[in-house]
Write a protein that binds this ligand. Structure first.
Ligand code: TYD
Ligand code: MG
Length: 456
């Protein structure tokens, strides 16, 4: 038999190449391509199948309301768009040790309380380890089954044996199908197993939750290679050295995306955080400090107040350092360029460090104005009043641009005792503005700086 030709697959994004490449042309990752021998596939033959879906008119498709299992954890239900949809497949990705197993086991406990049968397939830990964790989490054992298994065929047998409503696979990288020669965790194993589970979810109506570790190196495929095939993709993020965690939805066929849920990791598991802005600002004092401002980011539809800190100082390097934590690096460079050109701030001999406090990742342009003000106030050693919130996107010509969800952001700031909101002038007039908070519109970045800086 002719040897099957191997191919090189990027473990980050799934890009395929016939030979080795040091850098992936698709996702620009270095050393991410790994060699795989493809499984032997039979060519497609068209034959008469009795079990096929016939074409029907779109207008005849019945729109029965989807059955959703609410988990009782409001933060999780909101991120899922109202609960787990029956027969759907949800992928939960995140760094190892962030709390994925804890979240899913707690979810099983909540479902069990409602009388739903769930099956926890533990492909990494023994049943005793899972029971110890379940004891620690104080969860309801009735209706919760455990199967330590890695072979996908035996997993299917387990599902057939007890017909659960919800199945958790922890983790997809440890599951394998004997039909493929490559090792568990390789791109082809992970994809093949995921598509088999997807087909099972669709045909049997079982809801599947699949856990995928985000991998930085090694030969393991990350959850990114599965994103296109699943119904919902959630990422569990956070700073491992801090206790809170963010659950972010980046794809949802049954609800909105970009919503976030906030949890706190405690000794007895994950607790929901109802007022995340308070948590993010909890370590901030009431005195104004140069380089510190508060922005109102909007993650999905949910407003979130976050402190932005900047530190600007003379460099001792031939070219000055630029460091951004929790904010996109290129975005910071762009804002620094605008500050130099449009405001006249000379940063060419200054190191600049910018940090979104609390380990949160700010992905939204409305943070621009806050970042610019943090840098400008630190560089000029002036202060923004601590009860002022800064909202706005900054354009290349130094203009402050319109942003969305403005009223929700201002309301959140007012709830936390802020007295003034600096917003883009183009967002004025604000419809139904909250009372007792001064709203000031600014046209250009330079006006924003003079307006926000406290007289002292
Ligand atoms: P885990 O859910 O095992 O992470 P993952 O499945 O994403 O790899 O959680 C790992 C961390 O969470 C571990 O370091 C211990 C901590 N933890 C708590 O702080 N409290 C708890 O109740 C539990 C179960 C875990
Ligand atoms: Mg785990």
């Amino acid at each position: 038999m002719a040897r099957l030709k191997s191919k090189w697959i990027c473990r980050e994004c799934g890009y395929e190449s016939s030979g080795y490449l040091g850098k992936c042309p698709d996702c620009s990752g270095w050393s991410t391509l790994i060699e795989e021998i493809p499984a032997k596939h039979n060519p497609i033959t068209f034959h008469n199948s009795l079990n096929y879906s016939t074409p029907q008119l779109l207008k005849d498709v019945s729109l029965d309301a989807k059955v959703r299992y609410t988990t009782g954890m409001a933060e999780l239900d909101a991120v899922l768009g109202g609960g787990l949809v029956k027969g759907s497949l949800v992928l939960v990705g995140g760094d190892p040790g962030i709390g994925k197993s804890t979240l899913t086991l707690q979810t099983c406990g909540k479902l069990a309380q409602k009388g739903l049968k769930s099956l926890y397939i533990s492909a990494e830990e023994s049943e005793k380890q899972v029971k110890l964790r379940a004891n620690r989490l104080n969860i309801d054992f009735d209706n919760l089954y455990i199967q330590p298994e890695t072979n996908i065929e035996d997993i299917k047998r387990g599902i057939d044996a007890i017909s659960p409503e919800v199945v958790i696979i922890d983790s997809i990288q440890a599951v394998y199908t004997p039909g493929i020669t490559s090792s568990p965790g390789s791109v082809s194993q992970v994809r093949e197993c995921c598509s088999a589970l997807m087909a099972l979810a669709k045909t049997s109506g079982v809801t599947m939750v699949i856990i995928g570790h985000v991998t930085k190196d090694g030969m393991i495929a990350g959850p990114k290679v599965l994103e296109h095939m699943v119904d919902t993709v959630l990422y569990f993020e956070g700073d491992r050295y801090k206790s809170y965690r963010l659950l972010r939805s980046i794809k949802n066929r049954f609800g909105g995306t970009n919503d976030i849920g906030v949890f706190k990791m405690e000794d007895s598991g994950l607790a929901e955080v109802k007022n995340p802005s308070m948590l993010f600002l909890s370590e901030r004092g009431n005195t104004a400090i140069p380089g510190s401002v508060v922005i109102a980011s909007s993650e999905g539809t949910r407003p979130l107040l976050v402190e932005i800190q900047a530190l600007v100082g003379p460099t001792s390097y031939p070219s000055p350092r630029r460091v951004a934590t929790g904010i996109e690096y290129n975005r910071v460079l762009q804002i620094l360029a605008v500050l130099e050109k449009r405001v006249g701030l000379n940063l060419s001999k200054q190191d600049v460090y910018v940090n979104a406090v609390g380990g949160i990742d700010i992905q939204e342009p409305s943070a621009d104005l806050g970042i610019a003000l943090a840098v400008a106030t630190c560089a000029r050693n002036v202060r923004v009043a601590p009860d002022t919130v800064i909202i706005g996107e900054v354009g290349l010509s130094g203009e402050v641009r319109t942003i969305s969800h403005l009223v929700a952001r201002i309301n959140e700031a007012k709830k936390l005792g802020f007295k003034k909101a600096l917003i883009p002038q183009s967002n004025l007039p604000v419809k139904n503005p909250p009372e007792n908070i001064e709203i000031v519109g600014v046209l250009r970045l330079i006006d924003a700086i003079s307006n926000a800086v406290q007289d002292s």
